[in-house]
Ligand binder design. Structure first.
Ligand code: Z5A
Length: 218
């Protein structure tokens, strides 16, 4: 049985997940915990190549929703076996920027693939390896759009195929995250991301602190 702790972050783009992942990892390391930070898709050499194919490759325009689903989960299957399981077995903390709830939200609700088939693919990719705690960072679409716009102004343009989807796609994704959070309130904690960074960080810590004593005792 795993002795470590697996925490995932979820939410729509621009909700502030990556900012909060970094703050949480820094805080846990400062307290002496052994923590690994990963992102999905990606996190392993194979996963990072899949990430490039999914997001930035010049040849990915024709990618079907089914291919997208399988590539997301190919990257995940590799991350789970190469990194997450060994780290959990060694008693470490894994903090992951997105995990399988993103597949349910984006490929299930967003791309409108059959939810039962999506679930079966996820289960094949992860097996028994599931997050102990998921922080769902929620912001209204206008906050997300404004943050992405201001970040874009400060970065060179990088093509991202998934971000090219239309508004209705992102509305379905947001609705999907809401359904997921409501279905599993024990695991998935709702965080109001439309607050100052320090306030969001404190709200996240309220959920992380109580699970830390369970490390090594699952
Ligand atoms: N995807 C999928 O379809 N299926 C799957 O199974 C998986 C993923 C795993 C990954 O993109 C894409 O893959 C994603 C879902 C899909 N696609 N889309 N679209 P990614 O990894 O490149 O990016 P992301 O996960 O979508 O996140 P992001 O765009 O990088 O944003 P974020 O991590 O949520 O936010 P952030 O980078 O922390 O913050 C955004 C900006 O807001 C930044 O300038 C911050 O300084 C600022 N910020 C953050 N917090 C605040 C607060 N509280 N106030 C004000 N400003 C803030």
């Amino acid at each position: 049985m795993s002795k470590g702790l697996f925490i995932s972050f979820e939410g729509t783009e621009g909700c502030g997940k990556s900012t909060q992942v970094e703050l949480l990892v820094q805080r846990l390391r400062a307290l002496g915990y052994c923590v690994r930070k990963h992102r999905e898709p990606g996190g392993t050499p194979i996963g990072e190549e899949i990430r490039h194919t999914l997001k930035h490759s010049q040849h990915n325009h024709a990618m079907t929703a089914e291919t997208e689903l399988l590539l997301m989960n190919a990257s995940r299957a590799q991350l789970v076996r190469e990194i997450i399981r060994p780290a959990l077995a060694a008693g470490e903390i894994i903090v992951c920027d997105r995990f399988y709830d993103s597949t349910t939200a984006y490929q299930g609700y967003g791309r409108q693939l059959d939810l039962e088939k999506v679930k079966a693919v996820i289960e094949f990719a992860v097996g028994e390896t599931k997050p102990d705690l998921t922080l769902f960072v929620h912001v209204p679409p206008e906050v997300s759009a404004e943050r992405l716009r201001s970040r874009q102004e400060n970065l060179p343009f990088v093509r991202d195929r998934i971000e090219e989807a239309d508004r209705k796609f992102f509305e379905r994704v947001a609705r999907g995250f809401g359904v997921i959070a409501a279905a599993e309130p024990q695991r998935v904690k709702f965080i109001n991301g439309a607050q100052p960074i320090e306030t969001v960080c404190a709200a996240i810590w309220e959920h992380v602190q109580p699970v830390l004593p369970k490390l090594g005792r699952w």
